[in-house]
Write a protein that binds this ligand. Structure first.
Ligand code: AMP
Length: 234
């Protein structure tokens, strides 16, 4: 079964394999310094649970407001519960643009946020993730559960194999992701994750600092190494 990539990722070149992604993000030369990424639309992955410390909900709302203030569009899973709802409602209240991409089977009054700038209904979870990735030029994970982990790791995996070069950030609210970061460091120390791939993940505890880091993100030069199976340089 063929995996269908978004149209704009089907062009370009990837080493000997003949396929890479045209990069959805844009690198623009900066007059006074290093090249910086221009972000326009951020995809946010985050928890749908309401049964969490209110500090997590507040952090999602803070991020939503910040993105609205910076006139950055949000793409997310379209839910109204948990951090998803807090993020979307706070951004909308600040006049932000929020696009939800929701599987039809989640389109219920209990789950779907109906007041979004746009709500796209899709037929499957896979279609939803491909569509969210297609719309965004950067990705942020907030605290969440299995769904959030899965979305974060899939977009990291796509970066690892060169399907995109967009920045990926984690908002490490109250150290929520510390055990996950420890696991990633462990996997890298054991040789399961290449050193340069560890750098694919930007981690900050404050939304403003995270956006700054993502904007300054420079993709590592030789991400095709995973596909080529070459050993660590030097
Ligand atoms: P979780 O972290 O397990 O709560 O899953 C949250 C992530 O999975 C979100 O980023 C969504 O894309 C998706 N998701 C899970 N539950 C829902 C829901 N009730 N409504 C919309 N999206 C959901």
């Amino acid at each position: 079964m063929a995996f269908i990539l978004p149209q704009r990722w089907r062009t370009g070149r990837f080493g000997p394999h003949g396929t890479i992604a045209a990069w959805p993000g844009k690198l623009l030369p900066d007059a006074d310094g290093p090249t910086r990424v221009t972000l326009t639309t951020l995809c946010v992955f985050c928890g749908s649970s309401d049964s969490v410390d209110p500090a997590y909900l507040a952090a999602a709302a803070d991020l939503g407001r910040l993105l609205a203030e910076r006139e950055l569009s949000i793409v997310y899973g379209g839910g109204r519960t948990g951090l998803m709802g807090a993020l979307a409602q706070a951004a909308l209240a600040k006049g932000g643009r929020v696009v939800g991409v929701l599987p039809r089977f989640f389109d219920t009054p209990a789950l779907a946020e109906r007041s979004l700038s746009e709500l796209e209904l899709v037929d499957s979870m896979h279609e939803r993730k491909a569509r969210m990735a297609e719309l965004a030029d950067g990705f942020i994970a907030l605290p969440g559960g299995f769904g959030t982990f899965e979305e974060l790791f899939e977009i990291l995996t796509w970066a690892q194999i060169g399907l995109h070069q967009s920045p990926i950030g984690v908002l490490n609210v109250q150290g929520y992701f510390d055990p996950l970061i420890e696991l990633i460091e462990h996997a890298a120390a054991q040789g399961f994750i290449y050193g340069e791939h560890r750098q694919l993940l930007q981690i900050e505890s404050e939304p403003g600092a995270l956006l700054e880091r993502m904007t300054a993100y420079q993709p590592a030069g030789d991400l095709a190494r995973w596909v080529d199976r070459r050993s660590e340089p030097g």
